[in-house]
Design a protein around this ligand. Structure first.
Ligand code: THU
Length: 135
């Protein structure tokens, strides 16, 4: 990775978590994506009184990045500020991240505690179908 390290990406995710709208769970999450051109796009969880309409930090970052014109991410970091243990992305977010990341792309997740998990999107979502467009 060129100028942005996983440590940098993690710090950006932590900053983004401060923007979380999480009045119901009080569980603030931030995500940061590294784009192909070296930009960092962040997201946070945005909850809703209906609960079910809550959007996670990871999907908020992906939707934001794609809306800006980005289509491929080289790495992702996720931070759950109100947890002592690393906060792993939910199943829906793994699938949405995998849409725009190659299986070997690194994913780091953590929390306010010292433990970090370093993995790849392919390990988080094994046996995912590659993109196949109809002729
Ligand atoms: N949440 C995320 O934003 N990302 C995750 O990876 C785990 C869960 C959010 C959803 C909800 O607003 C709160 O955390 C509690 O589940």
């Amino acid at each position: 990775m060129n100028e942005i390290s996983m440590d940098d990406l993690f710090r950006e995710a932590k900053d983004a978590a401060l923007k979380a709208y999480a009045p119901y769970s009080r569980f603030r999450v931030g995500a940061a994506l590294l784009t192909e051109d070296g930009s960092v796009i962040t997201g946070c969880n945005v909850e809703n009184v209906s609960f079910g309409l809550t959007i996670c930090a990871e999907r908020s970052a992906v939707v934001r990045a794609v809306s800006m014109g980005y289509r491929a991410f080289r790495a992702a970091a996720i931070v759950g500020l109100d947890s002592k243990n690393p906060v792993a992305p939910c199943g829906a977010c793994r699938q949405v991240l995998a849409e725009f990341m190659p299986p070997a792309a690194p994913v780091r997740f953590g929390s306010s505690g010292p433990a970090l998990v370093d993995t790849t999107i392919g390990d988080l979502l094994p046996a995912n179908n590659p993109l196949e467009l109809p002729e």
